[in-house]
Design a protein around this ligand. Structure first.
Ligand SMILES: [Mn+2]
Length: 484
């Protein structure tokens, strides 16, 4: 299933490969992607952590309180107003932007207690994995193992190239490889709904306690996860946090003494969550972020791990085989190995019948807009995947679709498309990943029978062809004055 990003990064060619798959929205669903995820109301927000007030252990960030404030009496406290372009790299470079220790962030006591008493822990991330879910679970695994616990990580899906690189010790496992094991605690991270964890849902039956740690708009309840009677369930949701990786940093921050006693290598422990922070925020470039949270990233990166943003980029660095990018982009790189003849014929045949990669850009209409439609058939994706596996056996479908989604869709924006539709045909349905300013993406998704967010939405159109969906989108854009 194609996944789409709700926030629009200004991708460059290099960064697109680093970003992988940021936060996801499933077509026809909400954030985090399911029909069971409900919008949290104000009253739910105050009680979404069951059993413990989520603010009960808030400490003043940075410590100090009023001590030493005498010199500031009569002066207003310094305020920080970041420019819209203030990225994570800017936060790190700006000496006046002080770091803050994630150990000062509030973590519900029930979560800390569950972690403290567990000897064996299963760390679960979501399907359609992104840097945040891989980074969050790997940082927890590395930290908890330093504290003497035995851990396993289950993400029941393929990992894209950058995430395979992040999982340098190959600790991420599929659910089928973990049958028959038992854990004192299962931590479900960066996801709060049962239908986004694949076969890991069944593994929860083998856990003595279950806790959800997530930052999506979800209200996890124990009955959603069909737990055995008597299995304690906790949920810690921080919808205003930019990534679950920050929640992992906060939990690990509370283990500081034990980690220091075990001579933990902070760079190794924190690198995955730093990567998650970067990918879920587009390296700080996405809109709508609380830049104050960047202070915690800065502390983890500089003060604890003693790393630079470039180190995080390197950890995620993955280059697709050049034959693959050539096939997708219609380019031919000098010195690239030749494409074997049967594959070459297949790719050319698909391209000739408009089942390769096709992009169409319609310029702005009277109401603005500008529309780009990118279509690709499953046959083309599978052929390119087969080609790529000649160079990298570990290549997965997402490696191919990411180049389309980030690279080729970005090209259409440069050509004047403010609204973009990425259409992929698979299994008798067309999946549409839609982006646009204001509420245009949602309006278009609704028109196609899907849903999502205003600027990022999606739809699944069963029984339709790529051409039919493209024509429907173009007609919608013209009818609304958004395309000429
Ligand atoms: Mn996330």
């Amino acid at each position: 299933m194609p996944v789409i990003t709700p926030r629009q990064p200004n991708h460059t060619t290099v960064e697109t490969e680093l970003v992988g798959t940021p936060r996801e929205v499933t077509p026809n669903g909400g954030s985090g992607g399911t029909g069971t995820a409900t919008t949290t109301t104000t009253s739910e927000r105050t009680s979404r952590f069951e059993g413990t007030s989520s603010t009960s252990n808030v400490r003043p960030a940075g410590g100090g309180g009023h001590v030493g404030a005498a010199g500031l009496v009569g002066r207003s406290a310094p305020t920080f107003t970041p420019t819209p372009k203030f990225t994570l790299a800017d936060a790190v470079a700006d000496a006046s932007f002080a770091s803050k220790d994630p150990a000062t962030l509030p973590v519900p006591q029930a979560i800390l207690d569950a972690v403290a008493k567990a000897d064996t822990v299963l760390l679960i991330g979501h399907v359609g994995p992104d840097g945040d879910c891989v980074g969050t679970t790997l940082t927890m695994q590395r930290a908890l193992e330093k504290l003497g616990k035995r851990c396993e990580v289950c993400i029941d899906d393929d990992l894209a190239g950058s995430l395979r690189n992040l999982d340098v010790d190959k600790r991420v496992r599929r659910a089928r490889d973990l049958g028959g094991k038992r854990w004192d605690l299962a931590l479900v991270m960066d996801v709060g709904v049962p239908d986004r964890i694949g076969g890991a849902l069944g593994l929860l039956q083998q856990a003595g306690e279950v806790a959800v740690v997530d930052h999506h708009v979800v209200t996890p309840k124990r009955e959603h996860f069909a737990l055995r009677d008597g299995v304690p369930f906790h949920a810690w949701v921080e919808q205003d946090w930019p990534c679950a990786a920050l929640q992992a940093m906060a939990i690990v921050g509370k283990q500081r003494a034990g980690m220091e006693a075990a001579h933990a290598d902070w760079a190794s422990v924190l690198l995955p969550s730093l990567a998650g922070f970067c990918t879920d925020t587009g390296f700080g470039r996405y809109e709508g972020l609380d830049k104050e949270k960047f202070r915690f990233f800065k502390h983890s990166l500089k003060d604890l791990a003693k790393l630079e943003v470039d180190d995080v980029k390197r950890a995620l660095d993955y280059r697709l085989p050049v034959r693959v990018t050539d096939a997708i982009n219609g380019t031919s790189t000098a010195g690239a190995p030749a494409v074997p003849q049967p594959m070459k014929a297949t790719l050319e045949q698909l391209a000739a019948s408009h089942h390769g990669v096709c992009s169409t850009v319609l310029q702005k209409g009277p109401q603005g807009g500008g529309l780009g439609v990118l279509t690709v058939s499953d046959a083309f994706v599978q052929s390119v995947l087969e080609l790529g596996r000649l160079d990298d056996k570990a290549l997965v479908e997402m490696d191919v679709t990411n180049v389309l989604k980030f690279g080729r869709v970005g090209d259409m924006k440069k050509q004047g498309a403010e609204i973009t539709a990425f259409l992929i045909e698979k299994g008798g349905a067309v999946f549409a990943s839609l982006r646009g300013p204001g509420d245009t993406a949602l309006a278009l998704a609704t028109h196609l029978g899907g849903g999502g967010h205003g600027q990022a939405a999606g739809a699944r159109i069963p029984g339709a062809t790529l051409e039919e969906v493209q024509r429907k989108i173009e007609a919608w854009a013209r009818a609304n004055g958004l395309a000429a």
